[in-house]
Write a protein that binds this ligand. Structure first.
Ligand code: HEM
Length: 270
């Protein structure tokens, strides 16, 4: 006795061309937007909330570099550009080393970039470039950062944003939720753009995959894409004024559990 399954012929199933997902970045981004439901509410949340994200950036960058310099497996990459190279080093860069200061500047600019306009394809092209760069492409002097460090680092960044935004003293819950969702979707798309450089999916289309040319840091083709603007947010237009309610009490530093080393990791002003 077979099971009788009734098919609904009126249901529309969207066609997605598999090959396009590998050979056409725009098709891949559109597909991810559709799947994650990255929509005009996310664009709006980012546009109106970017000042809160920007206010977090200096502390986020310090916390991320503190983490990356904590273990030799990641700290070494800033000397060797390669996490597979386990040659012991006598000395490692520290948070104040000029080389790390420069890397911090690029991470700051990158985070400012993710607060810009995601309706522009250049926004996603840059995220793709950053992804490809870490797996050996798009740099004269190739980088080889294994995927597990990239995935872990993105998860770490997402967690910092979530905690810090949730602990904002005056933003309404609704705006916190919209902003955290929008940032989360962007981070997961960045994750895909890191992962696709490592996985073998779609390798039968390798000959037709777009090439990433070696470019200067912060550039997309001839266009300077990073470092154009950066400023911290200000809470003058927050959803609640700072007097009165329990919610409005200045929250403690969301990163107070993290050992301080004299490098500023405090976020919201008291
Ligand atoms: C997962 C989050 C990460 C993001 C968003 C990120 C972002 C960036 C950006 C924006 C740049 C400069 C790109 C440009 O040319 O415009 C860069 C370069 C670099 N990143 Fe990352 N990165 C991440 C993770 C890591 C990790 C985990 C390591 C090492 C363990 C690492 C090591 C490096 C190094 C060594 C460079 C220098 C590249 C060069 O000198 O050409 N990154 N990264």
């Amino acid at each position: 006795m077979g099971v009788n399954i009734k098919l609904d012929s009126s249901r529309h199933v969207k066609h997605v061309d598999r090959k396009q997902l590998y050979v056409d970045l725009e098709a891949r981004i559109n597909y991810l937007h559709g799947f994650l439901d990255f929509n005009s509410s996310d664009v709006e949340a980012l546009a109106s909330g970017s000042k809160y994200i920007k206010a977090l950036i200096p502390a986020v960058v310090n916390i991320v570099y503190k983490k990356l310099l904590e273990s030799d497996i990641t700290a070494r990459a800033f000397h060797t550009r390669n996490t597979t190279d386990e040659t012991p080093l006598d000395e490692y860069f520290h948070e104040e080393s000029p080389q790390i200061q420069r890397r911090k500047m690029f991470l700051r600019w990158y985070l400012v970039k993710i607060c810009s306009d995601p309706t522009q394809m250049d926004f996603w092209r840059y995220l793709d470039k950053v992804g490809m760069m870490h797996c050996g492409r798009g740099r004269m002097n190739a980088l080889n950062i294994e995927y597990m460090h990239l995935g872990a680092c993105l998860g770490f960044i997402q967690d910092i944003f979530t905690e810090a935004l949730m602990s904002h003293p005056r933003l309404s819950l609704q705006r916190k939720v919209s902003l955290i969702r929008a940032i989360g979707k962007i981070i997961w798309i960045q994750n895909d753009l890191f992962a696709k450089g490592f996985v073998r999916d779609g390798e039968e289309f390798a000959d037709e995959m777009p090439d990433i040319t070696a470019e200067k840091e912060g550039y997309l083709g001839d266009k300077r894409i990073l470092g154009e603007s950066s400023q911290s947010g200000n809470s003058s237009e927050d959803d609640h004024s700072s007097s009165g309610s329990a919610q409005s009490k200045p929250s403690g530093c969301p990163f107070s559990g993290i050992p301080q080393t004299g490098v500023e990791t405090k976020i919201w002003a008291d």
